[in-house]
Write a new protein. Structure first.
Length: 240
């Protein structure tokens, strides 16, 4: 079977009111892959994610999901067709328990019985969540909250997950654990678009990568090829 792009951005301009951030972004993610977006602070990585997920309307260009135009769709409609988004920073409900957060993760679903079974499935996959099921999410460690948020996103059985900086502020051992989980989700068939500042680690787990600077894509290619150009990437990331 020929590889196909599950997500495509064609000539996207986007920003905040008069502030134009993304300029002529052309980007694609192949079905089944881990595709990373690298770039320094302020490069436009989060703006790219927010534009795909319908939080910001692009001023130009087109976004396709499985070949269909989704440029005008809102977040709730995107969730229903199989796209989940984990934004930068914490996105759980800190005053609710782990279990309640997982139930919230399924909030657009109607199949209540199946939801229970899926939560049990997630407890098998992430035993730490089972252990903490009755603890308030806000009382978990940063790494545990990140795992919970990934599990919440999985409750909708997405075909594509957009993850913005999942390892920010985590201790190195937890970074490894979160990356392992992302790889495991990908192996089970979900396409991942991963925004990361840690280029080296991201390239290790990615199939393909894009490097952004000042709202533009400066470089892209198979992650293995980009790993050979670490110095060029470091320059774009502002590391000397
Ligand atoms: N809500 C907003 N209103 C106006 N400008 C914004 C807003 N959010 C971001 N920007 C601007 O858009 C540009 C890109 O920001 P963005 O958050 O997309 O970068 P980023 O690559 O995600 O950076 P970081 O690595 O720090 O998360 C920056 O110049 C930023 O100041
Ligand atoms: Mg960001």
């Amino acid at each position: 079977m020929a590889h196909k792009d599950i997500l495509e951005l064609i000539n996207i301009d986007s920003g905040y009111g008069d502030i134009e951030v993304l300029k002529e972004i052309t980007f694609s993610a192949r079905e089944g892959q881990i595709v990373s977006v690298l770039g320094a602070n302020g490069a436009g990585k989060s703006t790219l994610m927010k534009t795909v997920f319908g939080f910001i309307q692009p001023t130009r260009g087109k976004i396709l999901f499985e070949g269909k135009d989704i440029t005008q769709l809102k977040a709730i409609q995107l969730l229903k067709i199989g796209i989940s988004f984990l934004p930068e920073g914490r996105s759980n409900l800190p005053a609710m328990t782990v279990q309640e957060n997982l139930e919230m993760g399924a909030y657009i679903r109607r199949d209540t019985l199946k939801i229970k079974a899926d939560i049990e499935g997630l407890y098998k996959r992430f035993p730490i969540l089972k252990e903490k099921r009755n603890i308030m999410a806000g009382n978990l460690s940063g790494g545990q909250q990140q795992i919970l948020e990934i599990a919440m996103a999985l409750m909708l059985k997405p075909k594509l997950i957009l993850i913005d900086e999942p390892t920010l502020g985590l201790a190195p051992i937890l970074v490894t654990e979160v990356f392992n989980i992302i790889q495991e989700i990908n192996r089970s068939g979900t396409t991942i678009v991963l925004v990361e500042q840690n280029a080296k680690r991201a390239l290790e787990i990615s199939d393909y990568s894009f490097v952004m600077e000042l709202g533009k894509i400066r470089m892209h290619g198979p992650a293995q090829e980009l790993s050979q150009k670490a110095d060029v990437i470091a320059a774009y990331l502002g590391e000397r």
